[in-house]
Ligand binder design. Structure first.
Ligand SMILES: [Zn+2]
Ligand SMILES: [Zn+2]
Length: 385
């Protein structure tokens, strides 16, 4: 009975947190929609009412699971085994903000690896697909998870209280700031001030553009609060900084681009040479079919048609057939070409594709079906091209 009472007592707290922290930004950016915010909008398209409904519905379930975790680890006798403490003097008042910061670092680390795991094709559909149905996220997306992901997300509570001494004030601040940052990450608008780009914080902390890219591209930028794990594991989206600058430039004018150019020149004087060396123009050979593709550029976009030369066993005549056609790839960075379409004439379908330059002589083309990366094609540069 005591546990049921605690469960019921926690419900309004969690609901108020969700509906205020996600609801107020939603009212400001999505209902009121002042024209002043247009320049801050990350994606040009708008999320739909049916998205908001789905997100809120899933969030209600997530909140129930979080409350259940709170009852188990903060109310039941299990709490005696946690490192929670009640006397502030035990570690001193200074430990409140310090433990909050450590908790955010632990959460970011846990989230990064859990997030990468749930992107595994075997887990994606049953654990993480619902969250990615929001390709254009809104504040309501913050808790929009399916059942197993809600449990994984809520597991941060036992992880924290078993490894980090925390005062209830610190735990409350963690819950509040964690959710507030989450709402900001899904806001759909970039609101960071201009000075942030020049600050050292930009190198470490992520932004709304950062997580938005994860939702629009399904891949890369797995971190929750920080860029650190993504940068260490080379999973940061290669166009992140350019995308961030594009939006901030729209909001504040050109000066940011000048800084980027300056830092690029300063840190990578050979960037242009590197990019030219890695340009994908030319003839490539499919490692699987041995077919050849000539990648050309038109209006800054890359095209190509891959012809396979399959052996016709009956009469040894070489048969030529189109395996796929690459359309409208755009260069994002020296090694990344994105957002193109790949047409498969045999099955008459168009797929999204990304091209990565693995080295100047080897390309990887990823064909994307739905939410999962389905197929990888490797090409090697043909001699003399
Ligand atoms: Zn994800
Ligand atoms: Zn998200």
């Amino acid at each position: 009975m005591e546990y049921i009472n605690s469960f019921l007592r926690f419900i309004p707290v969690k609901f108020i947190q969700y509906f205020l922290l996600a609801g107020i930004p939603f009212l400001i950016f999505y209902v009121w929609k002042s024209s002043a915010f247009i320049k801050s909008k990350i994606q040009s398209k708008n999320a739909l009412n049916k998205d908001f409904k789905r997100e809120i519905l899933h969030s209600l379930v997530t909140m129930m699971i979080i409350i259940l975790m709170q009852v188990i680890f903060l109310v039941s006798p299990i709490k005696e085994y946690t490192l929670l403490y009640l006397e502030i003097d035990k570690y001193g008042p200074w430990f409140i903000p310090v433990s909050l910061l450590i908790a955010l670092v632990i959460h970011d680390t846990y989230f990064y690896w859990m997030h990468r795991l749930v992107h595994h094709p075997r887990l994606f559909k049953i654990v993480h697909l619902v969250h990615h149905k929001s390709t254009n996220p809104s504040p309501w997306t913050s808790y929009s998870f399916q059942f197993f992901e809600s449990i994984s997300e809520a597991m941060i509570l036992p992880i924290l209280v078993f490894i980090l001494p925390m005062h209830p004030i610190s735990l409350m601040l963690f819950s509040f700031s964690s959710f507030a940052i989450n709402v900001y990450g899904h806001l759909g608008y970039e609101i960071l001030p201009k000075w942030f780009r020049k600050s050292w914080l930009f190198e470490i902390v992520n932004s709304s553009v950062y997580h938005n890219l994860h939702h629009s591209r399904f891949k890369g930028n797995y971190g929750l609060y920080f860029r650190v794990w993504d940068r260490l594991m080379k999973t940061e989206h290669p166009s992140y900084v350019a995308e961030y600058d594009k939006i901030q430039e729209r909001r504040f004018g050109k000066s940011i681009a000048a800084i980027v150019l300056f830092t690029s020149l300063f840190f990578a004087p050979n960037l242009e040479g590197f990019a030219q060396q890695n340009d994908i123009k030319g003839i490539w050979q499919d490692e699987e079919t041995n077919g050849l593709v000539n990648i050309s550029v038109k209006d800054g976009k890359y095209f190509g048609k891959l012809l396979s030369f399959g052996n016709d066993e009956d009469d040894s005549i070489l048969k030529k057939e189109t395996v796929y056609i690459l359309k409208e790839f755009e260069k994002e960075s020296a090694t990344q070409y994105c957002c193109g379409r790949v047409y498969l004439p045999k099955s008459k379908i168009h797929l999204d594709g990304e091209i990565t330059v693995l080295n100047p002589n080897r390309l990887k083309i990823e064909l994307i079906i739905g939410y999962v990366y389905k197929k990888e094609v490797f090409l090697k540069r043909a001699k003399g091209s």
